[in-house]
Design a protein around this ligand. Sequence first.
Ligand SMILES: OC[C@H]1O[C@](O)(CO)[C@@H](O)[C@@H]1O
Length: 536
Amino acid sequence: MGGFIFGYDTGQISGFLEMRVFLERFGERTPVTNEHQYGYYFTNVRSGLIVGLLSIGTLIGCLIAGPLANKYGRKWCIPAWCGIFSIGVVAQVAVGTGDWVGIVMGRWTAGLGVGALSVLVPLYMSETSPVNVRGAVVACYQLFITIGIFTADCINYGTESRNDTGSYRIPMGVGWIWALILGVGIIFLPESPRHDFNHNNPSRARTTMSKFYGLPETHPMLNSEFAEIEQVMRLTAGNHPWYEAITGPRMFYRVALAMALQMLQQLTGANYFFYYGTSIFQGVGIDNSYVTAMILGSVNVGATFFGVWMARHFRRRESLYIAALWQFMCFIVFASVGQFIFKDAEIGSSTAKTAGTVMIVFACLFIVGFATTWGPLVWACIGEMFPYRYRAVGMACATSANWFWNFMLAFFTPFITGDIQYAYGYVFAGCNLAAFVVVFFFLIESSGKTLEEVDQMYLLHVKPIGSAKFEFDEETRKGIGAVGTDKMDIEAKGLGIRKKEEAGVGGVMQGEGEFENADYSGSNHPVTSLGGNGRL
Ligand SMILES: OC[C@H]1O[C@](O)(CO)[C@@H](O)[C@@H]1O
């Protein structure tokens, strides 16, 4: 439901901006023209704030949710944030005619809840689901985002022709139902076992895990996972400031990469269609532009189902960089047809219809590419690249980058399209090329590897290109297995670490006999150096 709430709020707003009653109540007067059929319109600042303030709330919510959840527990924070989200919904439904600032503030408040839930729900899911299905479970989070967007599109379609405020108040108010289901439903679920372990409740943690895994409490698999969690808890106890997640071993690289991936997930341009889809395609030939939104939404859901399957069967790197090139191509066609044919064609003419259809087709082809790869896989990648001890902070930083760029796009899109119209698509095309470069040169392949192995590959500076073929030879596996980031006895701030340069010779680990002068699989993989006693 967390993903669903995220998607529902994203999806509904594009439809509101075109609704007659919403325009009359919160827009500004203007002469009736083809473009402004109802005699009302939204200035760029106003529509940007109405769409974008939700994302500013989400950004704040997602940054404060982690520390609070560490203190009060994942479980009980979820209904609290659902409550805050509900206050935002009630405020939006309640505001009177002309009070567009009320709508903006309501969306900001609801956004606090959406953002917090966007960290807490995946965190709760990843901390409670068995290892073998964790990737698919996280990808399902994106699936529910897309189902939420599609549901909002359908409800908007059903209510937009009403002549009363129900046209927007019904879809707005329905949003509250999802929060109610999540907020009440979670009360009947147990606390995350990781949190219980951390707060001196190991026996309840054991019972919870055995329920979620469907195995007896004494099963060897559970025993080894408990031992692992206990060891991590012991080693990570003490004074470790949150920013150690950035200063820790190879963590700056990882946090920067995860933030770049989430930024690029937004800059691929998907939300250009989801936020402004209804406006972009008005007059394209489909009488009801809400139908266009539903077409885009359904393609998104269908393709994301396939994306969940792909997350289990294809490599992350190839999927992401091939899709980036595909998305680049789609935007080049979309922007060129829009800018050079559609824009100047007479509304309703056959040229406009043909060009409009080509644009919708390429928008759909773009969405297929995005929904099968960048949509779900970026969430999977950021969940896989951090060691357990830094995962909550690392994921919160990355998720906040997603929301920040989400806001930037929501806010600035009306200004930019006002100035350069469909040529805006070229900006996204360029960003998709950048996305290709980032994945190709910086992302280490994580599919088919355990989370510990992924951590170790980052520590070993394995070259991203060719990382899919990287094999841990027996000797490396034996030694490095003992020194993943989670097993390190890291001093506060993680700054007492001797980095590879200080080791002097690339590929050398000091202090652990079996690592001396090890050559990691022929490639030049300098290693974070070890001090005595495995202390980094
Ligand atoms: O499916 C599209 C949706 O997915 C997201 O990128 C989140 O992963 C949203 O920002 C977007 O609206």
